[in-house]
Design a protein around this ligand. Structure first.
Ligand code: MN
Length: 240
């Protein structure tokens, strides 16, 4: 049997060692910080967080050494940054107990959930899917992954630690992981009720308040205490 064309290969995420991590699926938690839910016009006391998905191919390596450039995407006039802690799954799991959730986590990274906000809000208000707003090509840049056991000695704690995003050196998002409405272990448990988690699955854990629009030329730096930073430059729209 012949394969008709070259199958697409998964994004290989850089880690802090020589190993690379093949990306399988991307899950994203929405409205998981109270102040961000409120800036989106929602009341987190009445609506709990939730999740949606993006294609694995939206993930790009954005270690500061990569000089990563993200083309401003088509069909939007309001392209937003959302800095997030990303959990990388390393073991299969289904209906995982929150108390056991850490066992299936391979490691952690800093990630961006770049969003066509105009299209997302239009879809939200019309009760339509979020695909054109969220599932955007190159919309999931990530810093280097750190293995779980290597992260903690570096000062990383998934339960607390500063998370920031700056644009051209000016801090726009500045919060603490302790503000997550659903902590990491509850996120893993929740998503695993609906999907059989497997190695290669990434979970973006939600963004704090302060999201905003970018323009071509902006340089974005995302940081979480104890993890390698990410850095991207927004490039002009690509014609093809
Ligand atoms: Mn997000």
């Amino acid at each position: 049997m012949l394969v008709l064309f070259e199958p697409c290969h998964p994004t290989l995420l850089q880690t802090t060692t020589a190993d690379s991590y093949p990306v399988r699926r991307v899950f994203c938690i929405g409205r998981n910080y109270e102040a961000h839910a409120r800036e989106m016009g929602r009341d987190p006391d009445r609506e709990p967080p939730f999740f949606f998905t993006k294609w694995a191919e939206t993930v790009v390596n954005a270690d500061p050494d990569d000089a990563c450039r993200i083309a401003y995407p088509p069909e939007t006039h309001n392209f937003h940054f959302e800095i997030e802690l990303v959990v990388a799954i390393g073991k299969a799991g289904f209906r995982i107990d929150a108390a056991e959730a850490e066992q299936v986590i391979w490691g952690y990274a800093v990630g961006l959930d770049m969003t066509r906000r105009d299209l997302q809000l239009e879809a939200r208000d019309l009760g339509r899917p979020w695909d054109t707003g969220k599932n955007v090509e190159q919309s999931s840049p990530m810093g280097r992954l750190v293995a779980r056991d290597a992260a903690r000695p570096n000062g990383f704690d998934p339960g607390s630690g500063r998370i920031t995003l700056s644009v051209d050196g000016i801090v726009k998002q500045d919060a603490d992981l302790s503000e997550l409405i659903w902590p990491v272990k509850d996120i893993v448990a929740h998503v695993s009720r609906f999907y059989r988690l497997a190695p290669g699955d990434l979970i973006f854990t939600g963004t704090p308040a302060g999201v905003g629009a970018v323009v071509p030329g902006n340089r974005l730096v995302g940081e979480i205490a104890g993890l390698p930073p990410l850095e991207i430059t927004v490039a002009p729209p690509a014609d093809s």
